[in-house]
Design a protein around this ligand. Structure first.
Ligand SMILES: Nc1ncnc2c1ncn2[C@@H]1O[C@H](COP(=O)(O)OP(=O)(O)OP(=O)(O)O)[C@@H](O)[C@H]1O
Length: 480
C-alpha cells in the first residue's frame, strides 16, 4: 500500500467513525425497533460517499477537458502570435541526418497557463540571448489575439506574465496599430469602432455601408466620431477617402478644417449642410453616369474596367436631427442610403434619439450598422437595436454595435481632444502638397481653375464688375 492509499484509507475510517458517533449520539444504540445504529450509519455513510464521488467525477468529466482545452488553445494562439509578430530567435545548426545547415526558431517558453477567477495568466520565459524589448515592443499582438484587456507584465530576468482578464475594461487607450490591424481583416473599406471581449471591432462598409451613431449627450458619441475620423485619416490617404462633414452642434469637427481629405468647408448651418448634400448628390450622379458608361456595378468593378481608382466618399453629420423639416436634405440622405454603397458613397450620421419625431423610418432602415451609446429609454434602444439593453449602459464610451449578423458590446477607445488634434497636425504635414484629384473633374480641363492677375488687370476687372453691378441695380430700380 503506498502513502497516498494509506492516507485516504485513514481519512475514510476517521470520517466513518465520526459519522457513527453522530448517529449514535442522535438516535442511541438502536433505531427503528432494534436496527443497530452503527449498521445504519455505515450504510448511510457508504451512500453519501458514493454520491459525493459520483458528483466529483461528473464535475471533473465536464470541466477538466474544457480547462485543458482552454489552456491548449491559449498556447496555440500564443505560438501563432509569436510567429506573426516575429517574437523568436532564428538560429542555425547542422542537421544530423543530411549534414546540411538548417535554420530553426526558438520561441519564448510558455511555462504555465493558469486560470483564477475571470483572469487567465500565462507565464513566459525568454530564451537566453533574446532581447526583452523584442517582446515588449510587439505586445500589441497579445491584444490582437486576446482582446484589449491583455496586458504583458515584465517580471524581470527574462520572465514575463501575460494577464488576460475576461471583462471588458471601462477604459481603453487609443492605439492606431490595433485599429489598423482590425481594419486590415476586413476586405473592403473598414470603420474601426473599438474593442469587444473577443478582439477589435471593425465593420466593412462595403458590406454594410451606412452607420447610425446614437446616444444621449455625455456618454461618448463625440469621442467615437473622433476615433472613427482620426483612424480613417491616418489609415487612408485622400486618394482612398474623401469626407463631407456637417457639424450642426458647431463644436465637433473644427479640428478637421483644412485636412486634405475634407471636401470644402465644414458645414455648420442647416443651409450649409443642405448645400453640402447637394454637392454629394452631384458626385453620386456623376458616378452613376460613369458606371453606366462602362457597365460597372460597383467601385471595384469600375476600377477593374477602367484602371481608375475612385476614392470612397463619406458624409458624416453630427446631430443630423437638426435637419428636421429640410425635405431636400432628407431626400438626398435617403437616396444615398439606397444607392450609395455601389458608388462608394457612405453615411455616418449621429444623433441623440431615433424615435419617429426625429428620424424617419426610411432613413433609419438604411442605416445598417447601428452604434448605440447610452440611450434615453427602452423605447429608443428597442427602435435601434431591437433590445432595451442600451438604456442600461453604465460605462462612458461603452456601446452596442449591431450589424446584419451580430450585436456586440464594445468599448470605444478614449482619444482625448488634445491627442486627436496632435494627430491631425501630423496628418496635415503628411499629406501637404498631395495632389487631390477632384471628385467631379472640371468640364474643360484646359481652362485653368485659378489665374494670377497683375495690379492693372485686377483694377480693370474690379471696374468692370462694379459697372455690371451698377447696371443691375439701375435695371432693378426701373422695373419697380
Ligand atoms: N471612450 C471613452 N472612454 C472613456 N471615457 C469616455 C469615452 N468617451 C467619453 N468618455 C467620457 O465621457 C465624456 C463625454 O464624452 P463625449 O463628449 O464623447 O460625449 P457625447 O455623448 O458626445 O456628449 P456631447 O453630446 O455632450 O458631446 C468625456 O469627456 C469623457 O470623460
Amino acid at each position: 500500500m503506498n502513502v497516498l492509499e494509506s492516507v485516504t484509507t485513514a481519512l475514510d475510517d476517521f470520517l466513518q467513525d465520526i459519522f457513527r458517533e453522530i448517529v449514535i449520539e442522535l438516535f442511541g444504540g438502536t433505531m427503528f425497533g432494534g436496527l443497530p445504529s452503527v449498521r445504519l450509519a455505515d450504510g448511510l455513510y457508504f451512500l453519501a460517499k458514493g454520491f459525493t464521488t459520483a458528483c466529483v467525477l461528473t464535475y471533473c468529466a465536464l470541466k477538466v477537458p474544457g480547462w485543458v482545452n482552454d489552456r491548449i488553445k491559449v498556447k496555440e494562439r500564443l505560438v501563432r502570435g509569436f510567429i506573426a509578430a516575429g517574437i523568436y530567435m532564428e538560429k542555425q545548426r547542422r542537421d544530423l541526418g543530411d549534414g546540411k545547415i538548417k535554420s530553426y526558431r526558438i520561441f519564448p517558453t510558455i511555462e504555465r497557463v493558469s486560470v483564477a477567477g475571470s483572469c487567465t495568466t500565462v507565464n513566459l520565459h525568454l530564451p537566453i540571448g533574446m532581447d526583452p524589448s523584442v517582446i515588449e515592443s510587439r505586445a500589441w499582438v497579445f491584444q490582437q489575439l486576446f482582446g484589449p484587456t491583455a496586458q504583458l507584465v515584465n517580471d524581470k530576468a527574462g520572465r514575463f506574465r501575460l494577464q488576460i482578464p475576461k471583462e471588458l475594461p471601462t477604459k481603453v487607450a487609443y492605439n492606431l496599430e490595433i485599429a489598423r490591424a482590425a481594419m486590415k481583416k476586413t476586405e473592403g473599406f473598414a470603420l474601426y469602432i473599438g474593442e469587444a471581449y473577443n478582439g477589435s471591432v471593425a465593420v466593412d462598409l462595403k458590406q454594410m455601408p451606412h452607420v447610425g451613431l446614437v446616444g444621449v449627450t455625455g456618454w461618448g458619441k463625440s469621442t467615437a466620431l473622433r476615433v472613427i475620423l482620426n483612424t480613417w485619416l491616418q489609415v487612408y490617404g485622400p486618394d482612398r477617402l474623401r469626407l463631407f462633414l456637417g457639424d450642426l452642434k458647431m463644436t465637433e469637427f473644427g479640428l478637421y478644417r483644412n485636412v486634405p481629405h475634407v471636401e470644402g468647408n465644414i458645414a455648420v448651418r442647416r443651409s450649409e449642410v443642405v448645400a453640402m448634400l447637394a454637392e454629394v448628390l452631384d458626385v453620386l450622379r456623376y458616378r452613376q453616369e460613369r458606371f453606366h458608361d462602362v457597365d460597372a456595378t460597383d467601385l471595384d468593378e469600375y476600377e477593374e474596367l477602367t484602371g481608375e481608382r475612385l476614392p470612397n466618399v463619406v458624409v458624416c453629420i453630427d446631430e443630423v436631427a437638426s435637419l428636421e423639416g429640410e425635405t431636400a436634405a432628407h431626400d438626398v440622405l435617403e437616396e444615398i442610403g439606397q444607392l450609395g454603397r455601389s458608388f462608394g458613397v457612405f453615411l455616418v450620421l449621429s444623433q441623440q434619439r431615433v424615435d419617429r419625431e426625429v428620424m424617419d423610418g426610411k432613413l433609419k432602415n438604411n442605416l445598417n450598422v447601428r452604434i448605440a451609446y447610452r440611450m434615453s429609454d427602452d423605447l429608443n434602444s428597442r427602435m435601434l437595436l431591437g433590445k432595451p439593453d442600451a438604456a442600461d449602459l453604465q460605462v462612458k464610451g461603452r456601446c452596442f454595435v449591431k450589424d446584419a449578423t451580430h450585436m456586440r458590446e464594445v468599448q470605444t477607445p478614449w482619444l482625448a481632444p488634445k491627442e486627436a488634434r496632435a494627430q491631425i497636425v501630423e496628418i496635415k504635414k503628411r499629406f501637404a502638397g498631395v495632389k487631390k484629384i477632384p471628385l467631379i473633374p472640371p468640364i474643360n480641363p484646359d481652362i485653368p481653375q485659378s489665374v494670377e492677375l497683375d495690379q492693372q488687370e485686377s483694377n480693370e476687372l474690379r471696374e468692370l464688375l462694379q459697372a455690371l453691378m451698377d447696371q443691375e441695380v439701375q435695371s432693378h430700380a426701373s422695373t419697380r
